[in-house]
Design a protein around this ligand. Structure first.
Ligand code: PRX
Length: 654
């Protein structure tokens, strides 16, 4: 909960009026083809959520049926209790008996341009052989395995192989440093690490094995390190621990009986950075997780048999788990994976790939969209992207301007956009339009999905009236919810279930408009308090980005004797613009006009780039420290490009 608030709620100033209805063309074949149908589903699910979710779980293949749909001992939930299931069977074996047998499961492209396709049959074979290889190395059900790999098909193979034998995986993003890797391995007490010699990123090799060597030296739990050969660079070899992937699978059978796992068996742990202190190991289940991931992937992306679906996330993030690997494969879809940088070798890499692979569904992050906006529409314009039929976003609120740009320049004005709100902790999408059913408003994630109960409340847990901002909470347990924080149930309770009485606290601010649409306002820690008004930084940023000269902005509060907090805006300009004092004044006036003079920035600082995490989130905490002129003291291990901070700090005196 923010500490600086004198009032209970967050004032909201942004008013977006435009709406985009689904086309009748899209509706014709959609899984949920009208708003009336969606409302009927939501009403039925609200009446009996357990029945709704049990019906969804029945779409999966169970080895033993569950006895009880939900056991809820707040704040601990168990779903499909007594049921036995295996995720890899649902993602692979299930598709082998019919026409999907020889369908592409994964189409992968490496950064240098190499392409590989794995059919369901081939992927099944690779997973079984690697699962047998892991067993031979002494890895079994209940062990933890850290996966630190580039985005190659073997990363998905490794995840699915763990799932097959009941080992809990913890994927650590390949861009994380040795220290971050070491802390995660130690917290999970992993028995094995799966890595590669290196991976391609922005034209260079990231030497993953070197990082693993340095980390593992301080990780007593690690017995084996499996190394996939990707880039062919030299690696140090520790014969006592290291084994090449190809040696681990050599001679292994392509038959591997799947473990019959409890629905509540931990499928994976994924570490997410808390605002302070050590990273949290978010624990996800097997049966409940897959139920909601499979259902949301099918409904939100309206998956059809002939789709080529591309979610650009790395498997190091939850989006990569749920919507690159498990969701699409559980639905028998074709999922695209791309190893490298979005602008390598040219700014049109993504659009070129969409054209060549005839991608139909494209799911990415607002930060990427703003980067593409800055580079200009001529890059997508060079490509035939008429195969696209649906677009999606995730990770942050999307500013209406970026939404409209995406709709026009990538979607050709014809593709619906699903703005999907969820979190590492929720495991799957929670609030989102359904593309054949919901009229979209740019910037709004619209409504909770059927079976999901969310609300906007004040600190006491009371729902705030429509139009007012407050705290976004989830009222009822959902199947893909995190089960705990690994080895720290107290932190699980205090972090998520003690801030607002009786409900899960998301940490996000939100409001509902008069039509009931949800507008997520960003993390409540990012709210600033100007002269007693609690303002969402996201709305001021949106106002700035709606000015044609601005590419991206990050707004933070800094201490101010008079007003409590003053508004500092860090602004990145479009490539064609030059920073001038006149432009600063103009931008201030622009914000005042767009959302009111209370939100007028007290200070604007132009910068070439903003400090971001590897997943593209702006690190406002660092900017707050820069704005306050204190120098940066906090943790910077998740920062993507450290030089940006130095530049920002040296610009302070200008
Ligand atoms: O603040 C919300 C924002 O991202 C947070 C979750 O981040 P993470 O756990 O890294 O997961 C990202 C991928 C699911 C949320 O608390 N967020 C995510 N999606 C949206 C969003 N904010 C607004 N609109 C969204 N669509």
């Amino acid at each position: 909960m923010p500490q600086n608030g004198s009032t209970q709620t967050i004032e909201t100033l942004l008013k977006e009026k435009r709406t985009f209805k689904p086309s009748s063309q899209f509706q014709k074949n959609a899984h949920v083809p009208s708003f009336a149908k969606l409302q009927a589903l939501s009403r039925a699910a609200a009446k009996s959520p357990e029945k709704f979710w049990a019906d969804r779980a029945k779409d999966l293949l169970w080895m033993k049926p569950w006895k009880k749909t939900l056991v809820w001992k707040p704040p601990f939930a168990q779903w499909f209790v007594g049921g036995k299931i295996n995720v890899s069977v649902n993602c692979l074996d299930r598709h082998l008996d019919g026409p999907r047998r020889n369908k592409a499961a994964i189409i992968w492209e490496g950064e240098p341009g190499d392409v590989r396709t794995l059919t369901y049959l081939q992927l099944h074979r690779e997973v079984c052989r690697f699962a047998n290889g892991l067993k031979a190395l002494g890895v079994g059900s209940g062990d933890r395995v850290v996966i630190y790999m580039p985005l190659v098909p073997e990363a998905a193979v490794a995840m699915l192989a763990c799932a097959r034998i009941g080992a809990t995986h913890s994927v650590v993003f390949g861009g994380f440093s040795t220290e971050a890797l070491r802390d995660r391995i130690n917290d999970a007490q992993a028995k094995a690490v799966i890595t590669a010699d290196g991976g391609w990123r922005k034209g260079a090799v990231v030497k993953l094995k070197d990082n693993v060597d340095a980390a593992v030296a301080d990780c007593p739990s690690v017995q084996r390190v499996v190394v996939f050969k990707r880039t062919g660079n030299e690696v140090q070899w520790n014969a006592a621990k290291d084994v090449w992937w190809e040696d681990a699978v050599r001679g292994q059978s392509a038959v591997c009986p799947p473990a019959a796992l409890d629905a509540e068996h931990p499928l994976f742990i994924l570490y997410t950075s808390g605002s302070t202190g050590k990273p949290k190991g978010v624990v996800h289940s097997t049966g409940g997780y897959l139920t909601q991931v499979a259902m949301t992937c099918k409904w939100v992306f309206d998956l059809r048999e002939d789709d080529t679906y591309w979610c650009t996330a790395d498997i190091g993030w939850v989006t990569g788990h749920s919507y690159v690997v498990y969701g699409p494969l559980a639905n028998g879809a074709t999922t695209m994976m791309y190893e490298g940088g979005p602008l390598t070798p040219q700014p049109d890499r993504f659009w070129d790939m969409i054209e060549r692979h005839r991608v139909t569904i494209f799911y990415t992050a607002p930060t990427a969209i703003r980067t593409f906006m800055r580079l200009g529409p001529e890059h997508p314009r060079r490509h035939d992207m008429s195969s696209l039929r649906l677009l999606g976003t995730v990770g942050e609120p999307i500013n209406p301007e970026a939404w409209l740009w995406y709709h026009k320049n990538i979607g050709g004005g014809r593709c619906p956009i699903v703005d999907t709100w969820w979190q590492t902790e929720t495991g799957a999408i929670m609030i989102s339009p359904l593309p054949g059913a919901t009229a979209c408003k740019p910037g709004s994630a619209t409504f909770p999905l059927p079976g999901i109960s969310v609300a906007v409340v004040d600190k006491a847990g009371k729902e705030v009236p429509l139009g007012e901002g407050g705290y976004l909470v989830i009222n009822k347990p959902w199947p893909s919810m995190l089960r705990t924080i690994y080895r720290d149930p107290e932190r699980y309770k205090s972090q998520y279930f003690s801030q607002v009485p009786g409900v899960y606290f998301t940490g996000d601010g939100a409001r509902r408009d008069k039509d009931g649409y949800f507008w997520v306002l960003g993390r409540v820690d990012d709210v600033i308090n100007v002269a007693g008004h609690r303002l969402s930084t996201m709305e001021i940023e949106s106002a700035l980005v709606s000015h044609p000269a601005v590419a991206e902005s990050a707004v933070v509060g800094r201490p101010d004797e008079l007003k409590g907090q003053a508004i500092t805006a860090f602004v990145t300009l479009q490539a064609t613009q030059t920073p001038t004092p006149v432009l600063k004044d103009e931008l201030c006036r622009h914000v005042a006009k767009a959302i009111g003079s209370i939100a007028r920035p007290d200070e604007i600082r132009f910068t070439d780039a903003l400090p971001k995490t590897r997943s593209g989130k702006i690190m406002r905490r660092l900017l707050r420290e820069v704005a306050a002129g204190q120098g940066v003291k906090g943790d910077t291990t998740t920062l993507e490009d450290f030089s940006i901070l130095t530049k920002l700090q040296s610009a302070e005196d200008e």
